[in-house]
Design a protein. Structure first.
Length: 398
C-alpha cells in the first residue's frame, strides 16, 4: 500500500463523481466528493479511519479504468463490497456485475460455470448454457476466493484475461468478450506460488492493481460507529428501541481482536440485540467469548505453562506451540501445516476458528472507554431519516 500511495496520486483518471458516505461516532457525515451518486445503488461504507479513506481513494483511482483489480484481505473485511463500489463507480456501472465464489463451486463444475457449455458436451448437458464470462459481457466479473481456483483451470483464465476470448465446452467456436475482472482472496498467493498451488503468470496478470484491506483490529476507531449501525439495523428488524450501549460493553468490543472481522462483529451485535429486552444493549452480548473455541487466543510466552480446560484449549495450545517452533511459518515443507499433517487452508481455517493470531496482532489490553454509556440517538435519527440505510447497513473494511 505504501508503494501504491506514492504513485497513485499521479494518475489523472480519477472518478470525481464517486461519492462514499462515511459516518463518524457522532453521526457527522463526510463525503470524499459530492452527493451525486448517493441513492443510486452505491454501497454505504461506514467509518472514518485513515485506513478506510486510503482504500476508498484507491477505489476512486482505479474505478474509471478497465484494469484488473486484486483485493486482498482476511475473511469478513468487506472485499465483495469494495468490488461492488469499483463496479458502481466505473463506466461499466450500467452493465452487469456477475459474482462467482470459486470456493463454493466444485472443481469439476467450475469450468462449465465460467465458460458455459453446448448441448451434449457431457452427460446431463441437455441444453446450451451461458457461462459467467459471457453473462458479464460489457460489465464486471467478480471472482471471489480466487486462491481456490483449480490449478488446471488457471491457464484458461489467463487466456481470457490476455486475449479476451474463450470457447464453450463442447464447441470450437471462439467467443469474444468485453469484461472487466475483479478478484478477491484471503490467501497469500505469493506463498501459494512458492508451493506451486498458483501460477505466477496468472498472479501477475491479476495483480495489476492490488488493494489491501486491513483487518478490523487495525481500524478500531471505526468500531463504535459500526456497532451503532448494526444495533439500529437489528433493533429495527426485531421491533426494539435500543438507545444506549454500556461503556464496558463498548470497551470490550473495541479491544477484541475480531478474527472474523466485520462479519463477526455483525453476528455478535445481532446476538446482543436478541438478548436485549430494554433500551440498553445487553451485557450478555460478549458472554460467549468466554465459552469454548470462540474466545480470542492469548498466545503465551515460550516456556510458560498453558491453562487447558477444554478440548478447544488443547487444540489451540498445540497449534500455537507448533507455530512458535516454525517461527509462525504456515506453508512450505517445513511449515506448521506440514508438521501438523494438515492442508495449509485447513490450518488457516482452524486458526481463525480458534482465534489464533500472530504476536503482532494479539489482543490489545488496558484500553478503556470513558463515560458510563455511549448514546447512539444521533445515529438512530440519522438512520430513521435514511430509508436505504435503515433497510441495509453495508460495511466495508478499510
Amino acid at each position: 500500500m505504501a508503494t501504491q500511495a506514492s504513485w497513485a496520486p499521479e494518475v489523472p483518471a480519477v472518478n470525481d463523481k464517486a461519492s462514499f458516505e462515511i459516518e463518524d461516532a457522532t453521526s457527522a457525515k463526510f463525503t470524499l466528493d459530492n452527493n451525486e451518486l448517493r441513492g443510486n445503488g452505491l454501497p454505504r461504507i461506514v467509518g472514518n479511519s485513515a485506513a478506510l479513506r486510503r482504500v476508498l481513494g484507491m477505489v476512486r483511482i482505479v474505478a474509471p479504468t478497465d484494469s484488473t483489480v486484486l483485493i486482498n484481505g482476511e475473511t469478513g473485511t468487506g472485499k465483495e463490497l469494495i468490488a461492488e463500489a469499483i463496479h458502481k463507480c466505473s463506466e461499466r456501472s450500467k452493465g452487469p456485475l456477475v459474482k462467482v465464489n470459486c470456493a463454493a463451486i466444485p472443481a469439476g463444475l467450475l469450468e462449465s460455470e465460467l465458460f458455459g457449455y453446448e448441448r451434449g458436451a457431457f452427460t446431463g448437458a441437455v441444453a446450451r448454457s451461458i457461462g459467467r464470462f459471457e453473462r458479464a459481457n460489457h460489465g464486471t466479473l467478480f471472482l471471489d476466493e480466487i486462491g481456490d481456483l483449480p490449478l488446471e483451470l488457471q491457464p484458461k483464465i489467463l487466456r481470457v484475461l490476455q486475449e479476451r476470448q474463450f470457447e464453450r465446452l463442447g464447441s470450437a467456436a471462439t467467443i469474444h468478450t468485453d469484461v472487466r475482472v475483479i478478484c478477491a482472496t484471503h490467501q497469500n498467493l505469493v506463498e501459494m506460488i512458492d508451493e506451486r498451488q498458483f501460477r505466477a503468470d496468472l498472479f501477475y496478470r491479476l495483480s495489476v492493481f492490488p488493494i489491501e484491506l486491513p483487518p478490523l483490529r487495525e481500524r478500531r476507531e471505526d468500531i463504535p460507529v459500526l456497532v451503532g449501525g448494526f444495533v439500529q439495523k437489528f433493533a429495527k428488524q426485531q421491533g426494539k428501541a435500543i438507545e444506549t450501549i454500556p461503556s464496558d460493553v463498548m470497551a470490550a468490543l473495541e479491544t477484541h481482536d475480531w478474527p472474523g472481522n466485520i462479519r463477526e462483529l455483525q453476528n455478535v451485535i445481532e446476538r446482543g440485540v436478541i438478548l436485549t429486552s430494554g433500551t440498553v444493549l445487553s451485557r450478555q452480548t460478549m458472554e460467549h467469548w468466554t465459552c469454548g473455541e470462540v474466545a480470542p487466543a492469548r498466545v503465551p510466552e515460550v516456556g510458560k505453562p498453558v491453562s487447558i480446560k477444554t478440548l478447544a484449549d488443547a487444540e489451540r495450545a498445540h497449534i500455537t506451540a507448533t507455530l512458535d517452533k516454525t517461527n509462525w511459518v504456515i506453508g512450505g515443507t517445513s511449515g506448521a501445516a506440514a508438521q501438523l499433517g494438515l492442508p495449509r487452508t485447513t490450518l488457516l481455517a482452524r486458526m481463525q476458528r480458534l482465534g489464533i493470531s500472530s504476536g503482532a496482532t494479539r489482543r490489545r489490553s488496558g484500553q478503556s472507554t470513558q463515560g458510563s454509556v455511549r448514546t447512539i440517538e444521533g445515529m438512530s435519527s440519522r438512520l430513521k431519516n435514511d430509508p436505504a440505510a435503515s433497510s441495509r447497513v453495508l460495511v466495508a473494511a478499510g
